[in-house]
Design a protein. Structure first.
Length: 457
């Protein structure tokens, strides 16, 4: 009987170990909540002081503390680690705040992030500056980019779209008020279209004018034509659409100038330099221009096409330079975007503050996106594996960068969202000639049939 119990206990233990290993690989979130979280908390509590000492994050105690230790105990006076706050577990890791000792800075803790990761058995450790003297450690228990699950609570502000997940388990929010224009680069099957799809469907639920230029005959943006206020599917149509947008921008500037006619007694609150300072009743709806495969606007074959290209590039540069104050924003996508495209390409790229670089075919393409703002991010973008579509490196002109991954969104679901929100499209009379007619979805006895519909004039 004792032998039978021993074999039963051994079999149960092996089954538990095997189940934990399977859950860690197939269901990392469930494994973290049940097994990984208690183990990491125990490691952190048991080794906090020794780990901080090994990382060089301890300081000599104050003279009063040293005298108190000597007076009450006979123990040796040891260096003091940063004061630790309450441990707050999350669905993806842990969060805790540290009060830095005098003479320490957040960079000291950030330099030891890799050591802390190994000491406490977590996937990654990120450091954020909360206020002077206080930093927050965000411990991520598993690779959150392997299977993307967006946070439930995100910002719900106008022109803000949670479009991807960062590697520290926070949402990457595309904020057009903070970063007006953005460049999105990526090779074929890198996830660039998925990023654009999530961004467009997120904006579809807001009162925003969406305009598309898709010179691939509309294969990328035509499914969303129900929500688009204007769509150009070839360079000829784009050459007609861009002057209309420039004229709309100039009209909005005239409106702002009229409001700036400062009369005696006008309060400072009524003086504005952009469209967001206008009263809500006078404010025009913001416009977001999506350009898919921007290189098609630059490539020419004849002298006549070259003249048209120069006009379009000039208009795009004007929109990028002056559009923010008029509430016009650009989202430029392509596989490659450098000086070899022709005159004006580098100047246009310099106006695009945000940068998103998916997997690219060569290092030069990564340098086009990130080399001028965060050189160290170029290596990270070149290391993206083909089996991880949607993974990208995002940066801005501040020099900061991080890895993100876009969640999967089917084309049918995105098109259905655009059809459901078609009534939210603001009315812009100047763009009416460029709006496409979309036939209604056929309905049978079991409900609507989501069949592909041809977009016609």
């Amino acid at each position: 009987m004792p032998d039978l119990l021993t074999w039963a206990e051994l079999g149960g233990g092996l089954a538990a170990i095997g189940g934990a290993a399977y859950a860690r690989h197939a269901h990392p979130a469930a494994y973290w909540s049940t097994v990984g979280l208690p183990i990491s908390v125990a490691r952190l509590l048991a080794s906090y002081s020794s780990t901080m000492d090994a990382c060089g994050l301890t300081v000599e105690p104050s003279r009063l503390r040293a005298l108190a230790v000597k007076a009450t105990t006979r123990r040796e006076v040891r260096p003091v680690p940063p004061r630790r706050g309450m441990i707050r577990p999350t669905s993806t890791g842990l969060r805790l705040r540290l009060r830095l000792a005098p003479g320490q800075e957040p960079a000291d803790v950030a330099a030891s992030a890799e050591r802390l990761r190994h000491a406490w058995g977590v996937h990654a450790v990120y450091v954020r500056d909360v206020k002077p003297g206080v930093v927050e450690l965000r411990l991520v228990g598993f690779d959150v980019l392997r299977k993307v699950r967006m946070p439930r609570q995100t910002d719900a502000r106008p022109l803000c779209v949670p479009v991807a997940l960062r590697e520290d388990a926070t949402a990457f929010v595309r904020d057009y008020r903070a970063v007006p224009h953005e460049l999105v680069l990526g090779a074929t099957l890198s996830g660039k279209s998925m990023f654009l799809r999530n961004l467009l469907t997120g904006l579809a639920a807001q009162p925003v004018v969406l305009v598309g230029i898709d010179c691939k005959r509309g294969v990328e943006l035509a499914p969303f034509a129900a929500r688009l206020s204007a769509l150009a599917t070839d360079p000829e149509q784009a050459a007609e659409l861009l002057p209309v947008l420039v004229k709309e921008m100039e009209d909005r500037y005239d409106l702002i100038k009229a409001r700036q006619g400062i009369a005696p007694g006008t309060s400072e609150e009524l003086i504005t330099s952009d469209i967001w300072g206008l009263p809500q009743g006078e404010r025009a709806a913001p416009i977001v221009l999506f350009i898919d495969e921007v290189a098609e606007l630059f490539l020419v074959a004849t002298k006549r096409e070259e003249e048209r290209r120069d006009e379009m590039v000039t208009q795009l540069i004007r929109l990028a330079q002056l559009g923010r104050a008029a509430g016009i924003y650009l989202e430029v996508c392509g596989q490659r975007f450098g000086a070899e495209l022709g005159k004006g390409a580098t100047m246009l790229r310099a106006q695009l503050t945000g940068r998103v670089c998916h997997r690219v075919n060569d290092e030069a393409s990564a340098k086009m996106a990130l080399g001028d703002i965060a050189p160290e991010a170029v290596l990270a973008s070149c290391a993206i594996a083909p089996e991880l579509p949607g993974l990208a490196v995002v940066g801005d002109t501040s020099g900061g960068w991080s890895r993100i991954r876009t969640p999967y969104l089917s084309l049918a679901d995105a098109a259905a969202t655009c059809r459901e929100t078609a009534h939210l499209a603001p009315d812009v009379p100047a763009l009416s000639p460029f709006r496409r007619y979309v036939p209604p979805v056929p309905v049978n006895e079991s409900g609507p049939v989501a069949t592909p519909q041809m977009v016609t004039e």
